[in-house]
Design a protein. Structure first.
Length: 143
């Protein structure tokens, strides 16, 4: 590959205020989309019986009583389960304002999707409902 003609370092030109504002707007749109998608993922219905804080506490008590007499491999698995259950219990009261996240998503999704080349089917594949995409005015496309 041939070297470019100049050996002098290129002088950096400062960013314009418009460019900085456009970058900030893009970052904010990305954060809004990410928060909504993360909330969708964490609130997705799971199969099986729902765990209640009481059922988690009961299982923790069973693990605590079984730990002292368990063989090393079983102890390993019980300690892991105990840590997961304790984390689940600590987040049991957390609530997410899905309506506010959805409202923000609807506001920016079309612009963000057009800029990043994200199709209707891609939004659907990651769990965004058709009703939300309709509110965001994202057209159905064939891919």
């Amino acid at each position: 590959m041939a070297a470019t003609g100049s050996t002098k370092p290129r002088k950096k030109t400062p960013m314009s205020a418009d460019h900085k504002a456009a970058l900030a707007k893009g970052r904010e749109e990305g954060r809004t989309v990410r928060r909504y998608l993360e909330a969708l993922e964490s609130n997705r219905p799971r199969r099986g019986r729902k765990r209640t804080p009481d059922s988690i506490r009961k299982r923790l008590a069973v693990i605590e009583s079984a730990l002292p007499g368990a063989d090393p491999l079983s102890r390993l698995h019980m300690v892991e389960e105990k840590q997961r259950l304790e984390a689940e219990l600590s987040h049991a009261g957390d609530t997410v304002d899905m309506a506010a996240l959805e409202k923000g998503f609807v506001r920016v999704a079309r612009i963000y999707g057009e800029r990043k080349g994200i199709s209707y089917s891609t939004w659907r594949a990651v769990g965004v409902s058709a009703a939300v995409l309709q509110q965001a005015k994202i057209p159905r496309t064939r891919s």
